[in-house]
Write a protein that binds this ligand. Structure first.
Ligand SMILES: Nc1ncnc2c1ncn2[C@@H]1O[C@H](COP(=O)(O)OP(=O)(O)OP(=O)(O)O)[C@@H](O)[C@H]1O
Ligand SMILES: NC(=O)c1ccc[n+]([C@@H]2O[C@H](COP(=O)(O)O)[C@@H](O)[C@H]2O)c1
Length: 303
């Protein structure tokens, strides 16, 4: 293995770790931790977090919009309100609630997540007065829903997160509407939103970034969606209006128009300048050199 080029080695190691996870009954596992440059990995790996910031995504591929979600949450002026120590978890679901697995293979996505984590840490290092030093975990889960993801992390992540940290899931507005969509819970829960009680009772929260778009609607209509929770209009399905206090709405970032779909399409068409604009440097280099989307740029949400 030692003679393999670095990228092939990374894929192989992550592929093997993923296979071992998939062959187990586990629902959550951290496969790797990326440590901030120039800090002792021992020091950061033994820091048990009280707040776990989680970016769950298909990472197909990681984009600068994902980078903004993570960095904005970590920025000291925003993260000061979280109880420290803080840790960031990049989480990949092997089972997505709405998408068929396609385009980049799972070992490639895990490799891109690792490179993305290194890019984020490098970027934050350059602005260290504004960002805390945090390790970034690369994790996998089989759970497609946020409530189940958090339950799996609580029960199976207790060795790496022994202090039972509060979870802050970073999501975009499109995902907020799916978090609060009764159709996902109706089969097993009556009323459907009673499925969310354990999540909010545990003190977990959501940091939802507005994402104005032709498909997702204007900023005002997106704010109006959360107002329905606040006003009790979702109570008939079992929601509680006080949950709104655990949902932070974040103004859209200048990267609001960026999506992984755009990157896959640009890569397939060979527009690598565009890929470079939409990805962090290491990820853009990976997509180009590994020809990640040369054959297949699918990965759109299923109907
Ligand atoms: N530009 C953006 N603004 C706000 N949130 C975003 C943005 N891009 C992604 N997100 C959020 O990041 C999370 C993970 O994103 P996801 O992997 O679905 O990316 P995507 O770009 O929407 O993917 P795809 O284009 O493949 O559907 C989701 O909660 C999504 O809403
Ligand atoms: N109700 C829910 O918890 C719910 C609904 C739809 C998608 N999801 C998850 O949101 C994450 C992001 O989804 P997309 O990659 O489809 O944007 C995925 O892990 C997906 O499985 C969760």
């Amino acid at each position: 293995m030692s003679r393999l080029p670095a990228k092939a080695k990374l894929r192989l190691e992550l592929g093997q770790a993923l296979k071992s996870f998939q062959q187990s009954d586990s629902k959550f596992r951290v496969l790797r931790t990326v440590h901030p440059p120039a800090t002792s990995s021992e020091a950061t790996s033994t820091t048990s977090p009280k707040t776990l910031i989680i970016l769950d995504s298909s990472f197909n591929p990681p984009s600068i919009a994902h980078q903004t979600l993570a960095e904005s949450a970590l920025k000291k002026s925003n993260s000061d309100r979280f109880t420290g120590p803080i840790r960031l978890l990049l989480l990949f679901s092997t089972m997505n609630a709405d998408k068929a697995p396609s385009a980049a293979s799972f070992d490639q996505r895990l490799a891109m997540m690792t490179i993305f984590a290194e890019d984020i840490l490098e970027n934050m290092k350059d602005d260290s007065s504004n960002y805390p030093i945090v390790p970034i975990d690369i994790g996998v889960t089989t759970a497609p829903y946020y409530t189940d993801k958090s339950t799996a992390i609580q029960s199976e992540g207790s060795a790496i997160y022994p202090d039972h940290p509060r979870h802050v899931h970073l999501i975009g507005f499109d995902t907020l509407t799916r978090f609060f969509a009764a159709k996902y819970y109706r089969d097993k829960f009556s009323p459907p939103f009673s499925a969310l009680n354990p999540y909010f009772d545990a003190g977990h929260s959501l940091r939802a970034t507005l994402r104005p778009d032709d498909d997702f609607g204007s900023v005002d209509s997106q704010k109006a969606f959360l107002a329905k929770l606040e006003n009790g209009e979702m109570n008939q399905d079992g929601a509680k209006k006080e949950w709104a206090k655990q949902v932070e709405l974040v103004p859209p970032s200048p990267k609001a128009g960026v999506s992984s779909t755009k990157i896959r399409k640009a890569a397939k068409a060979g527009r690598f300048n565009e890929v470079q604009d939409l990805c962090t440097p290491g990820v853009a280099e990976w997509v180009r050199s590994e020809k990640t989307y040369e054959e297949d740029d699918r990965g759109a949400k299923m109907a």
